[in-house]
Design a protein around this ligand. Structure first.
Ligand SMILES: Cc1cc2nc3c(=O)[nH]c(=O)nc-3n(C[C@H](O)[C@H](O)[C@H](O)COP(=O)(O)OP(=O)(O)OC[C@H]3O[C@@H](n4cnc5c(N)ncnc54)[C@H](O)[C@@H]3O)c2cc1C
Length: 431
């Protein structure tokens, strides 16, 4: 059945990461009515999950939270979180999107975000927001600065004890909530669906995710974050302070066999950043980065790399062939030195894999926007206007268009907002 609930906006922004927030704010400030549709329970994307950001080492949430808050309080921006995009097509002069609001089992109008349901819930579940290193409740607000401050009831783990319903002071728990479909009609759309990391389980050379204390870089961001799972740097399997930490660069990227032949661009820089933060937390630890080449491409990045070397972080030019389980929770890294000295092995207490970035959204069967051979959304004018797609009125920004850092993401979002505004003012003049 075609939904009858139709909402009209000037621009639909798909994805509420830093790219989507920036594009929405730029358009909202110009007076355009903007809808942000986000699949997760909160806006903020990957950036709100980071510890600090290179090259300035500013706190990531100190930059992201004000943007999240500005978007949620903006008179021209409406947030639709925890929503699936079912289709996105041209219709008439504009864009039509079919959206499904997933059930939270909590009434968003009645809920006051007091967390009483979360405190009383007796079920503990592994918390993916904290890299699966700590637990959350089966009904919980995803993280402390989430926007909106609404809990989600995890039906897979809920044992229907009814405690949350009895405790809720506003009777907001609704076990019978159903998915709701609605349509968004807009003059333009901006795709900012970002990225995911290639899962470690896809990488047989590095243990398919089965070796304890071999983690991915996003998990290390959580360990280093101020509100992280341990509040200090500990290794996950036994809570020991690691004395030797290794980074494996290009773990997945630049590797045809992994389906990621391209460079993910930010891994060198975030590994250097994390190594610097680790050396601050664990001054006596040995920190080694196994790398093929260091790509310090942005303003101030080369200096950042040189600073890391001066701090004593060791850079070993080598290709890591495999990682095996060692004794007492260690991981054995087997690598080929690129200086011709052959194959070597080293034992580390903790190993971080810099996994490749893959697109966060696959438009296939949902939207006729075209993708490049790396599966990111293609620009039809990559040199002079990288935000233009093959669909008129549909623009792309951030990592949805290809791997990039925050600086380039923000710049591209401004450009997408500018192109969308130009498109709308041109169509206005034609009519
Ligand atoms: C470990 C790590 C550390 C990093 N550190 C730094 C750093 O220090 N400095 C720096 O400059 N860069 C860093 N980066 C890169 C930085 O994270 C990205 O540049 C930035 O997050 C890109 O923002 P984005 O909005 O394009 O994508 P994302 O942050 O991925 O946001 C995309 C949003 O779209 C949503 N979405 C996806 N599909 C859909 C859909 N179908 N419908 C609705 N919503 C959808 C997602 O849920 C997400 O909220 C790091 C990256 C990693 C992996």
């Amino acid at each position: 059945m075609v939904p009858t609930n139709i909402k009209n906006f000037d621009t639909l922004v798909v994805g509420g990461g830093i790219a989507g927030l920036q594009a929405a704010l730029d358009l909202g400030d110009q007076g355009y009515k903007v809808a942000i549709v986000e699949k997760d329970a909160s806006i903020g994307g990957k950036m709100i999950r980071l510890s600090k950001v290179f090259p300035t080492l500013d706190c990531a949430s100190c930059i992201t939270t004000p943007k999240m808050s500005a978007a949620s309080h903006h008179e021209n921006i409406t947030l639709f979180t925890y929503c699936d995009l079912t289709s996105l097509n041209h219709e008439g002069q504009g864009i039509k999107a079919l959206i499904t609001q997933k059930p939270r089992y909590v009434d968003p109008i009645k809920c006051i975000g007091c967390r009483q349901c979360e405190y009383i819930c007796p079920v503990h579940v592994s918390d993916a927001e904290q890299g699966d290193f700590s637990a959350r409740k089966a009904i919980s607000i995803p993280f402390s600065t989430a926007i909106p401050q609404l809990p989600i009831l995890d039906v897979e783990h809920c044992m229907l004890c009814g405690q949350c319903e009895k405790t809720c002071p506003t009777h907001a728990i609704d076990y019978f909530q159903k998915p709701e479909e609605f349509i968004i009609q807009a003059k333009t759309a901006v795709i900012t669906t970002g990225f995911d990391l290639l899962p470690v389980k896809n990488n047989f050379q590095y243990g398919n995710g089965h070796i304890p204390n071999v983690i991915d870089s996003m998990q290390m961001e959580r360990i280093l974050a101020p509100h992280g799972p341990y509040n200090r740097v500990l290794r996950p399997s036994d809570g020991m302070e690691p004395d030797s930490i290794a980074y494996v660069q290009c773990a997945g990227s630049r590797d045809k066999s992994m389906g990621v032949p391209y460079c993910s661009r930010v891994c060198c820089m975030y590994a250097i950043k994390q190594a610097m933060l680790l050396s601050g937390s664990l001054p006596l630890a040995d920190i080694i980065i196994y790398y093929m080449d260091i790509r310090a491409f942005g303003k101030g990045y080369e200096q950042f790399y040189q600073n890391a070397k001066a701090m004593g972080i060791e850079f070993v030019k080598a290709k890591v062939a495999r990682i095996d389980k060692g004794e007492n929770g260690s991981a054995i890294v087997r690598y080929e030195n690129q200086d011709g000295s052959g194959i070597a092995t080293a034992d580390h207490d903790l190993v971080v894999l810099s996994m490749g970035m893959i697109p966060g959204w696959d438009p296939r069967s949902i939207c006729p926007v075209s993708k490049d051979s790396d599966q990111f959304i293609t620009s039809i004018k990559p040199k002079i206007s990288p935000v233009l797609t093959n669909m008129a009125g549909l623009f792309v920004a951030g990592v949805a268009a290809g791997p990039k850092d925050i600086v380039d993401t923000i710049t591209e979002s401004g450009s997408a907002a500018m192109e969308a505004a130009k498109f709308m003012s041109n169509s206005h003049m034609e009519n």
